[in-house]
Write a protein that binds this ligand. Structure first.
Ligand SMILES: NC(=O)C1=CN([C@@H]2O[C@H](COP(=O)(O)OP(=O)(O)OC[C@H]3O[C@@H](n4cnc5c(N)ncnc54)[C@H](OP(=O)(O)O)[C@@H]3O)[C@@H](O)[C@H]2O)C=CC1
Ligand SMILES: O=C(O)[C@@H]1CCC=N1
Length: 285
């Protein structure tokens, strides 16, 4: 056991390394485990289970973590289990776990599955921290929302926060429904920006530049703008926009076009659709 600092956390500054097992070795598990190992988490204290061997081999070869195709091995290995399969298969996966599942603590990354529903799936009032990470976690730029019921242990809260802090920023929310807002604002939102990027790339190419040049222009502009948002926390987003917008200039013309198309309403509707879908999943899964 080694003691490490968990950085700034509302709960504690200390986290003691423990065995942690991830069930489901897909994109998000890979991102989180890579971040943890890179930050110094002992690889032999991490396990991933997955039905197909290929993804496990990549993680084992790259990182030296423990792997298994049988989810029961996760329960033998760790007291803390990360639920990282698709929401639609979570119930069947939990049902197939051995009885020791009722004695474990859980960190869920599944969208649209409530703490109460996870407890129902595991057939016991287990401790659960519900989280919502995003894919930029893969490059250490993730944003994760976390929620736990009041009776959740400090140890589990610290563990969940520690794991997710290795791949980016974390934010605790007070109400479980706020996790659905996190989905709309941060979990799903990288896809909105990739869509924006796709549209910009297409138009740049229509205007005559090559695909390679268009991708560079758009990616660097979006990355630079993102970095400015982060590096100017005391500046309103609107001010950053207005700093680009010369009176009567080119940006003003583009912004006016966005206003005419009601871009803000389009974005609000899309975010509401994500929240509505999360709530719908929560009601049906
Ligand atoms: N992608 C994203 O941006 C985000 C996703 N999430 C949540 O993360 C979770 C995982 O998503 P993501 O990583 O993208 O999905 P992936 O499809 O990449 O990963 C899911 C993994 O689960 C494996 N799996 C399937 N059945 C089982 C089983 N019975 N036991 C163990 N593993 C199984 C799959 O294996 P195989 O492919 O071999 O069948 C796959 O590797 C989801 O619940 C999602 O809601 C949360 C935030 C963001
Ligand atoms: O689309 C989804 O359901 C998941 C949750 C957030 C991002 N991807």
């Amino acid at each position: 056991m080694s003691q490490v600092s968990a950085g700034t956390t509302p709960h504690s500054t200390q986290f003691t390394h423990e065995n942690i097992a991830f069930i489901g070795a897909g994109n998000m598990t890979s991102a989180i485990i890579r971040g943890m190992v890179k930050a110094g988490y002992p690889a032999n204290m991490l396990m991933a289970t997955n039905p197909s061997q290929e993804k496990l081999d990549v993680l084992a070869n790259d990182l030296g973590i423990m792997t298994a195709t049988d989810n029961a091995a996760a329960l033998d290995f760790a007291e803390t289990i990360v639920l990282a399969v698709k929401p639609q298969i979570l119930a069947d996966m939990c049902a197939a776990l051995p009885e020791s599942k009722q004695d474990k603590s859980y960190i869920s990354i599944a969208a649209g599955v409530s703490v109460a529903r996870i407890q129902e799936m595991l057939d016991a009032p287990v401790q659960v921290v519900r989280t919502m990470p995003n894919t930029p976690s893969a490059i250490g730029m993730g944003m994760t929302g976390l929620y736990a019921q009041n009776n959740t242990s400090t140890d589990l809260r610290i563990c969940a926060e520690y794991c997710l802090k290795q791949v980016g920023e974390t934010l605790w929310v007070t109400h479980e429904d706020d996790i659905n807002t996190v989905i709309a604002a941060a979990g799903s939102s990288p896809a909105y920006l990739f869509m924006f990027a796709e549209a910009m790339q297409t138009k740049t190419q229509e205007l005559g530049l090559t695909e390679q040049d268009a991708k560079l222009l758009v990616a660097q502009a979006l990355a630079g703008a993102g970095k400015m948002l982060l590096e100017n926390p005391d500046t309103d987003f609107a001010t950053l926009r207005s700093n680009v917008t010369s009176k009567g200039g080119t940006t003003a013309a583009a912004i006016a076009s966005f206003h005419t198309a009601n871009l803000a309403d389009i974005i609000a509707d899309a975010m509401q659709a994500a929240v509505d879908r999360a709530r719908e999943m929560q009601a049906n899964i």
